[in-house]
Design a protein around this ligand. Structure first.
Ligand code: PMV
Length: 328
């Protein structure tokens, strides 16, 4: 059996605008998905998943070359796990030219699903890495990121950027602009995450921004302005200026709000973080529900969030320096 883990991520800057060719800066966090893959003697796929929270998360089964997998998981877990794992296993078969091989796959994750923390990317990266190693091939990070991107792209019907999968495979802070993905120097950021227990519908939210952008010139300008915030944010990261990063995150959240992708609970958590003295706070990912990210070196934000109506969980998350980790 081979076991790999891969981290989730927060967007420091640039979600949604990245869809229109602007740069985005996600940052990997120490919340991980671990995937174990063991070759079977038949060609079946058996998925066992634990510890995943699944509120509001659905994904359609992508369909694989083999028989339908045996599933050892709850029904909602089945949807989430099966689509990504099935597609990731197709990538493993493609890399290794082993079309007929079957696997037992075990997933453990402490990343809330569909909440803007890149859970599916982490599962895809860890599954492809463990699966290929189980068959004797160790992929370079760039190829691993690319294969994981193809998995997300397939399962999410073409609605995926390279940001999540590249960030999860390499770790650290990264910059993604179209096809161009690279690592950035980043200080150890005081990241606090607030989670409202829910999830947004990425496809609908992306479509909503597209409609606004098509209808109003000022919405298109708002998307461009996010790009400018990201470019300033890159400079603040390079300077290690956490206060400036916070100010720019506040600005980014305001622009995302104007594009209609925030929600009452996300706004409440963002304001609770600001009131508690965080350097700045914004939603992370598609929005509509899910998580916010704040920068605060003190315990104040975490404490304030834990008393904020609508916040289900608040936790500190260290920057994950390492992307994929090979555990067994
Ligand atoms: O919620 P997440 O982590 O899937 O992020 C979505 C980010 C978007 O920019 C809204 C869409 C994308 O694919 O880049």
């Amino acid at each position: 059996m081979a076991v790999s883990s891969a981290p989730g991520k927060v967007y420091l800057f640039g979600e949604h605008a990245v869809v229109y060719g602007e740069p985005a800066v996600p940052c990997a966090i120490e919340r991980r998905a671990r995937v174990g893959v063991e070759q079977r003697s038949d060609n079946k796929l058996r998925i066992h998943a634990e510890d995943l929270s699944l509120d509001g998360f659905t994904v359609e089964y992508a369909g694989g070359a083999n028989d339908r997998p045996d599933i050892d998981a709850s029904e909602s877990l089945l949807n989430a796990a099966m689509g990504y794992i099935d597609s990731a296993i197709e990538q493993v078969r493609d890399v290794t030219d082993e079309g007929d091989v079957g696997f037992d796959v075990t997933i453990e994750s402490d990343i809330p699903l569909g909440a803007g923390l890149g859970s599916s990317a982490a599962v895809a990266v860890a599954a492809i890495d463990a699966g290929t190693r189980e068959l004797g091939t160790t992929l370079e990070t760039d190829e691993l990121a690319d294969r994981a991107y193809r998995t997300e792209h397939e399962v999410q019907s073409g609605q995926a950027s390279r940001a999540d999968t590249f960030c999860s495979a390499t770790g650290g802070a990264v910059r993604v602009e179209g096809e161009d993905c690279r690592s950035l120097e980043a200080p150890d950021l005081p990241i606090v995450v607030g989670f409202d227990g829910g999830a947004g519908d990425t496809g609908k939210l992306v479509a909503g921004v597209r409609e606004l952008r098509d209808e109003y010139g000022f919405a298109a300008d708002t998307v461009d302005a996010i790009g400018d915030v990201v470019r300033n944010g890159e400079q603040a990261l390079a300077d290690g200026d956490v206060e400036e990063l916070g100010r720019l995150m506040d600005f980014n959240h305001g622009l995302l709000s104007a594009l209609g992708v925030s929600s009452r609970s996300l706004d409440s958590m963002v304001w609770a973080a600001r009131d508690a003295g965080a350097h700045g706070a914004k939603l992370t990912g598609a929005g509509g529900g899910g998580c916010i990210v704040a920068l605060d070196p003190t315990d104040e934000t975490e404490t304030a969030l834990s008393y904020t109506p609508g916040c289900e969980d608040a936790f500190r998350a260290a920057l994950a320096e390492t992307g994929v980790e090979r555990l067994e």
